[in-house]
Design a protein around this ligand. Structure first.
Ligand SMILES: O=C(O)CCC(=O)C(=O)O
Ligand SMILES: [Fe+2]
Length: 355
């Protein structure tokens, strides 16, 4: 008997069984389900994927160890002041995710009004011209090796997912893979602390993870865990712990958000803006955010701590892409000029980071 493809859904985001793609028993049906979901919601949950569970658990354990270091130690691997250099450690309040705000003053105003209450550590491939920023030798031994190992484990999964998406788009199975040969990818460890005191939001940028975030402040938008934004590469693979809080915009009711509740063992895959543009807007890049999950309040009114690990994938930076075959016609002309991934991603990255 053939295996089920759709195993359920979470707030209308399907949970797709990736096994029939991996074992070759029903590749097209898995591919079609993923593309259908990308067209409808821009998100899909994948289970029975090829990312080993023990590797995921191990990376979360390293992430916890890293973020538990004193802030002074974490700051020994600082994210450079330019948003165009996504490597190293960013303390709480440093980044403000936003949607298409490019003016520096405007961004600064937003960030001070409602800073993101999160800290992050970002890693690329070791031979990337944008060099990694590691802790000094001897501090947290094993962390660098584990992060790089995980980077490449995610890379394998990325390639498999790209093959499925290519099939779903009725392209050659290696079509998208051939546009992602270099691993222009970014592994990001994220920690949304449980304790941060926000006396005034503007003080956030200097805070350590030792203070506290009352839930009401998150609800009043005074602080956000990660503000509403879309990702800007081609796809993102997201792993989340069981804390919850991730929400995606409901396309049928713009401005309202639905919960992307954690599913045990699943990778959430979402399309980024670059893929949306590449697909002539056939695929959606959906706005998402992280807030305090309403059903998980601690008795003291605090937001529970959350760890997540997104893996952002970009097409080869030098590649100039035009709309994908099959996404335009006489009735549905191309909406966009060709653009290089570098040009597109860098413009978006630059707007993210406060100097
Ligand atoms: O923590 C999460 O689940 C969301 C992270 C995210 O959306 C991002 O880093 O772009
Ligand atoms: Fe995101």
């Amino acid at each position: 008997m053939s295996q089920a493809i759709k195993l359920g859904d979470v707030s209308d985001i399907p949970i797709v069984n990736f096994a029939p793609f991996l074992d070759g028993s029903n590749k097209q049906a898995v591919a079609d389900a993923m593309i259908q979901s990308f067209k409808n919601t821009g998100f899909v949950y994948l289970v029975n994927h090829s990312l080993p569970k023990d590797k995921v658990n191990e990376m979360f354990a390293w992430s916890k160890k890293f973020f538990a270091l004193p802030i002074q130690t974490k700051m020994l691997a600082p994210h450079p002041s330019s948003g165009m250099y996504p490597r190293g450690y960013s303390p709480p309040g440093k980044e403000k995710a936003s949607q298409h705000v490019y003016d520096a003053n405007e961004l600064e105003k937003l960030r001070v009004q409602a800073p993101d209450v999160k800290e992050s550590f970002e890693v690329g491939r070791e031979d990337d011209p944008m060099a990694n920023i590691w802790l000094p030798d001897g501090v947290l031994p094993g962390f660098k090796e584990a992060s790089l190992d995980f980077f490449w484990a995610c890379r394998e999964v990325q390639l498999t997912i790209l093959r499925a998406l290519s099939l779903g788009l009725h392209l050659d199975e290696d079509y998208l893979e051939k546009c992602h040969t270099v691993a222009e990818n970014q592994l990001r460890l994220l920690h949304y602390p449980r304790y941060i005191t926000v006396e005034k939001a503007s003080e956030m940028r200097f805070l350590t993870s030792a203070s506290s975030v009352p839930i009401e402040q998150i609800e009043r938008h005074e602080v956000e865990r990660i503000g509403a934004h879309s990702d800007f590469g081609s796809i993102t693979l997201l792993l989340q712990d069981d804390a919850g809080g991730l929400e995606i915009e409901d396309h049928y009711n713009p401005g309202t958000f639905i919960a992307a509740t954690p599913v045990e063992g699943a990778i959430i895959v979402n399309a980024g803006d670059f893929l949306m543009r590449w697909s002539n807007d056939m695929i959606k890049s959906t706005i998402h955010r992280v807030r305090a999950p309403p059903n998980k309040r601690a008795a003291d009114g605090m937001a529970p701590e959350r760890y997540s690990i997104p893996y952002f994938c970009s097409a080869d930076f030098t590649r100039v892409v035009d709309c994908l075959p099959g996404t335009y016609s006489d009735d549905k002309p191309k909406k966009y000029e060709p653009i290089s991934a570098y040009q597109y991603v860098m413009t978006r990255l630059n707007a993210l980071y406060a100097s």
